[in-house]
Structures are given as structure tokens and as C-alpha cells.
Design a protein around this ligand. Sequence first.
Ligand code: ATP
Ligand code: MG
Length: 385
Amino acid sequence: MKNVIVIRYGELYLKGKNRNYFERILIKNIRHALKNHTCKLEVGRSRYLVTDYDMAQEAAIVQSLQTVFGIYSLSVAVCIPNDYQTLEQYAVAAAPREGTFRVNAHRGDKRYPYTSVTLAAKLGEAILSAHPSLQVDLHNPQHTVWVDVRENGTAYVYGSVQEGAGGMPVGCAGKGLLLLSGGIDSPVAGYMMAKRGLCFDAIHFHSYPYTSERAKEKVIRLAAQMQKYCGKIRLFSIPVTKIQEEIHARCTDSYMITLLRRAMMRLAEKTAQRFHCDCLINGESLGQVASQTLESITVTNATVPNIPVFRPLIGMDKQEIIDIAQKIDTYETSVLPYEDCCTVFLPDSPATRPTLRRAEEEESKMENYEELLSEALENLEILTV
Ligand code: ATP
Ligand code: MG
């Protein structure tokens, strides 16, 4: 008998011609998630197996695997010889002691003496006589005992299926650039895109000395926490202090945020080009704040007509976003109180319905705007995550 963890991946997207491509990335990501555990990964045709691990590590291994996008479910199983006597012994052991159950048998080896239906019925009977207070329920059982007979003389038996992270393997959908603020939303936005297979670098805008060193450390920490699900993230940091000072000195107060966000998008697009990122990602959610009304998004988006901007949170409520932030462990860091550059020179009443014409007029009041943008880009720093 050998303890194994059965890994199942999303069959749907793996069926086409790209199967090898997806699988290669998924296997690489699984190996990466397992790198701190002593174990082996066996790569089979329709599933993968983790074997040769210390039982004390089992729960930790399952947890690591649950951070890998592309894995749909996992089972902790025993791998045993597939003769009927042994199957029965382990099926009885995997069965619950009370409630309703069914046996789900699968026969990969068609030469096996019993069909899956007969095998399930025989094992079900054996389980019932061992635990008489159980009841069979084929349609809506509380528990299922799975028995999977393989071609090579072995079988897997297990009593539960745990959910995986779902989604697509990170890296299979290209690379983007995440605008990472230090708030609650943007790490969740990154997580959502990683779930669809995108890997990304991140860019943070700061207004040192108005914003503190600790605000920067907070963003580094967020990026580090996101790597658990999102793979390796490079973090860029760009100062927008001078741009903000200039906007504050020359432009109408209520357009402060609109203009700052337009500058951020321009800087993000240039950075994306420089580091070969093919889309931008931000944490905007429609109507959440003044800068996220349809009018505001239209005016900021107009600065970047040549690159797609993904806003995976656009239709989500704040509470839904918070729930995900808590699940992926970024929430506690996000709510640390260090100020963001958006709160520097914050106007009393920001425009909720800015217009493009007015935004352009305001920008033309700054004589050295282009130079300030170039200078900010020159001061890009790559932070170690
Ligand atoms: P978050 O919780 O992500 O900070 P928010 O609700 O505070 O979002 P805004 O401040 O309007 O909303 O920011 C909207 C989006 O713009 C953020 O989700 C993020 O993607 C980007 N953004 C805002 N500030 C910064 C920053 N200082 N650096 C990088 N990106 C930023
Ligand atoms: Mg914010």
C-alpha cells in the first residue's frame, strides 16, 4: 500500500491541439509549488500523482497544490494491488461509519473480471455488512467511496475529493502588467487574471516623500503574497511626486485624480512596452469611487488606446472583493494604514463626470508635462520581491 495524492486537471481546455502546451506549463507550475516538499510527481496520461512523501507533510502538500491554477480537484488516496480482496479491505476502510453513501467504481483496465457496475455493487454490499448503520443512496449520497482500477495491476481508493483552484495554468495566456496600489482591490484583480492563465509584472506609483517607505514595503509584501497563486512577479516602482505637484500647482482641483490616473495609465503603457507585457490590469470596480464612474473610466482609458486594459473586478461588489482578498491572504496587508499617492493632494470634491475635452485642457496647462512623464519613467526602480 502506498499513499498518493491524485491531481485532476481541467479536461476541457486540454482536449485540443494545445494540450501539450498547457500540460507542460501546468506540470512546471506544480513542480514549483512542490519545491519545498520532499515527494515525487508522476505524470500520467489523464492525471498526475504525488507519491513518496512523508505522511506528516500530506496536508501541507495538498495546501500547496490548492494554489495551482489549472488543478480542478485533488484526492488523498491509497494505491493498492487491484485484486478484489484488497480492494474490499481498503474500500471498507475508506467508507464512513454512518449516513448515506455510494461506491463510485471506475475500471481503466477493461480486462478486469468485474464491470464497474458489478464492482461498485459488490463493494457496496461489503461496506454495508461491515458498517450496518450506513445506507446506500445512489443519487444524493452524503459520502462517496471512489475505486479506480488501473491497467498496471493497481487501484486507487479514496473517500473524498477536495477542490482545486480551478482556472488555467499561470503562464498559458501571456503576460500583463498589473497596476498594484497597496489597496484591497488590485491584488484581487491580479489573482483573477492569473486564474485565467495570465502571468504578470506589477507596477506601483509612489509619491515619496509624501508617501512613506513603509507604503513601499507594504506593496512589496503584497506582491510576495500574490506569488503563491500568481507565479513570479517582478515589481516596478515609479515616482509620480513631481507630476502630482505640477497638477496641484496648475490644474483645477476637482480634476486632480482624473489627471493623476491618466498619467498613471500613460506610464503603465510605456512600462508594459519596455518589459514586454501585452495588457494592463487594474482593480477598478464600476462606481466604487469618483475615479471609477463610467465617465472617469472613459477619460482615463482614452490615454491608452493601443493596449487592452483588463478590469476583472468591474462588476463585483466590495464585499465580494474582500472575500477573495481574505481567501488569498492579501487582505490583512492591504488594510495596513500607509497612505497611497492617490490620497496626496486629494480634492474635497473630485469630478465624478469628467470630460475628455476638459481633461485635455487641464493637461495643456502643464508646460513640461511630457518631460515629467519621461523623467518618471527614467526613475523606474525594480524592487526585489
Ligand atoms: P485599490 O484597492 O486597488 O487601491 P481603489 O478602490 O483604492 O483600488 P483607486 O485608488 O481608484 O481604487 O485605484 C483604482 C486602480 O488603479 C487600482 O485598483 C490600481 O489598479 C490602480 N492604482 C491606483 N493607485 C495606484 C498606485 N499608487 N500604483 C499603482 N496602481 C494604482
Ligand atoms: Mg487605492
